[in-house]
Write a new protein. Structure first.
Length: 157
C-alpha cells in the first residue's frame, strides 16, 4: 500500500496519475455525494485502487459517531484492504490532505476531526509499504520498505 499526503491543492492527484497511469479505480470522497460504502467494498476490476480524501472519510465515518478514535475499527479496515492487495498483484493508494498542521480549530468537532485524522495517518504510515509527501508536485519519500530506512532518513534531513 502507498500513502500519499500533502497540503490541499499541492498536486497529489496529478502526481499519482503520472506515477501509476490512468487505468485506476479512483474512489474519491471529494465528490458531491461521496459514498462511504464505496470505500468499504474491497473489490475492483482494476489492479490499482485509489482511495482519495482519507481525511473526509475519517470525518464522515468516525467524527460524529465515536466519542474516541476507533483505532481497532480503522486498523481492521486497513487490514481488509491490505488483504485484498496481497491476494494478487494489486496496489492500494491512499491520498490524504494534511489537516493536522496550523491553527488548532476552536470548534470541538473540527478539533476531533483533526485529532482522528492525525491518528489515522499514523496507522496508515505503519501499514503502508511506501509513504510520500507531495509538495507543489514534488515527491519526498518518507518510507520505502525496499530501502534502508536509516540511509533514507539521513538523506531527507
Amino acid at each position: 500500500m502507498h500513502f500519499v499526503k500533502g497540503g490541499a491543492f499541492n498536486g497529489k492527484r496529478k502526481w499519482v496519475k503520472q506515477k501509476y497511469g490512468e487505468d485506476i479505480d479512483w474512489r474519491s470522497m471529494y465528490t458531491a455525494n461521496p459514498e462511504i460504502a464505496s470505500w468499504e467494498q474491497c473489490f475492483s476490476h482494476s489492479s490499482i485502487v485509489v482511495l482519495e480524501g482519507v481525511e473526509q472519510y475519517i470525518k464522515k465515518a468516525f467524527v460524529n459517531n465515536h466519542p474516541s478514535f476507533p483505532r481497532q475499527t480503522w486498523c481492521a479496515f486497513l487490514d481488509t484492504w491490505r488483504k485484498w492487495e496481497s491476494e494478487d498483484e494489486r496496489t492500494v493508494i491512499w491520498i490524504g490532505t494534511d489537516v493536522t498542521k496550523g491553527i488548532v480549530p476552536i470548534d470541538p468537532l473540527e478539533r476531533t476531526w483533526r485529532d482522528y485524522t492525525g491518528w489515522a495517518y499514523q496507522e496508515l504510515v505503519r501499514y503502508c509499504n511506501t509513504v510520500s509527501v507531495i509538495w507543489y508536485g514534488l515527491e519526498q519519500r518518507l518510507k520505502n520498505e525496499e530501502e534502508n530506512q536509516d540511509d533514507h532518513l539521513y538523506k531527507n534531513r
